[in-house]
Design a protein around this ligand. Structure first.
Ligand SMILES: [Ca+2]
Ligand SMILES: [Ca+2]
Length: 243
């Protein structure tokens, strides 16, 4: 049995009082604001009416269906509610193996990397936030749809490079064509506009992003879908930000 919290109202967490458990299940109304940086669980599920904000010290998985019951995904209520969902790790991978739905609101998922090992943010189930989805990690594996008005994909650590069309490597967020194909957003933003990410294009990957607009990094010109296919490997000043 997972550790379960069921609340008809807001739940917050006292500083210095972490949740430590194998599995954590959140149900009821909430909202839940469980953002102690020393929380330590292996698996999280939530089926609540209101917002969920959860921080974990180490690696975390949102497990596939039926592993945690009844809230075997991060969801709740009807899908037209404003219900932001924010889940992050301080230091470790974040694996989404079941759907994360925020209805008309926002989803933010972060795999933190204070020690330079580039843990994966893995999206193996749909992530849906009509208000916007922000994925933050130095390496990402995206095998399922990310559905949003604006999809933002950015490195965790300042100075992490971005390779559009390439694979993840050390200190490089690689977004392959297959991963880009999973982005279903009106606007796709790649790169943290406040950080110094070097962005290169090793394949003509941005040519088939499912978006009407693609914005790439700070200082880069806006790439429109119609001309994105002209951008080539590493030689485009629009995609390589000067230091
Ligand atoms: Ca890193
Ligand atoms: Ca990748």
């Amino acid at each position: 049995m997972p550790s379960a919290l069921n609340s008809g109202g807001p739940v917050t967490q006292q500083a210095g009082a972490p949740i430590v458990a194998d599995d954590l299940l959140l149900v009821g109304a909430g909202p839940y604001t469980l953002t102690e940086t020393t929380n330590n669980v292996s698996r999280l599920a939530a089926s609540v009416t209101n917002a969920v904000s959860y921080t974990n010290a180490v690696s975390l998985t949102i497990p596939p269906g039926a592993d945690l019951s009844p809230g075997d995904r991060v969801d709740g209520g009807s899908h037209d509610q404003q219900r932001p969902i924010a889940i992050d790790t301080i230091d470790g991978f974040l694996t989404v193996a079941n759907v994360v739905i925020a209805g008309s609101s926002t989803v933010s998922l972060t795999a933190g990397d204070p020690n330079g090992v580039d843990p994966d943010l893995t999206i193996n189930a749909p992530v849906i936030g009509a208000g916007g989805v922000t994925l933050t990690a130095d390496n990402m594996v995206i095998t399922a749809p990310v559905i949003a008005s604006i999809a933002t994909l950015q490195p965790f650590a300042s100075g992490t490079d971005i390779d559009l069309g390439g694979v993840d490597t050390a200190n490089t967020l690689g977004l392959t064509q297959a991963e880009l194909n999973n982005l279903r957003a009106g606007i796709v933003r790649i790169g943290d506009f406040s950080n110094t990410n070097n962005i290169t294009v090793t394949a003509e990957g941005v040519g088939s992003v499912h978006a009407t607009e693609v914005n790439v990094g700070a200082g880069c010109e806006r790439l429109k879908r119609g001309d994105a296919g002209n951008h080539r490997s590493g030689d485009d000043p629009c995609c390589r930000r000067s230091a």
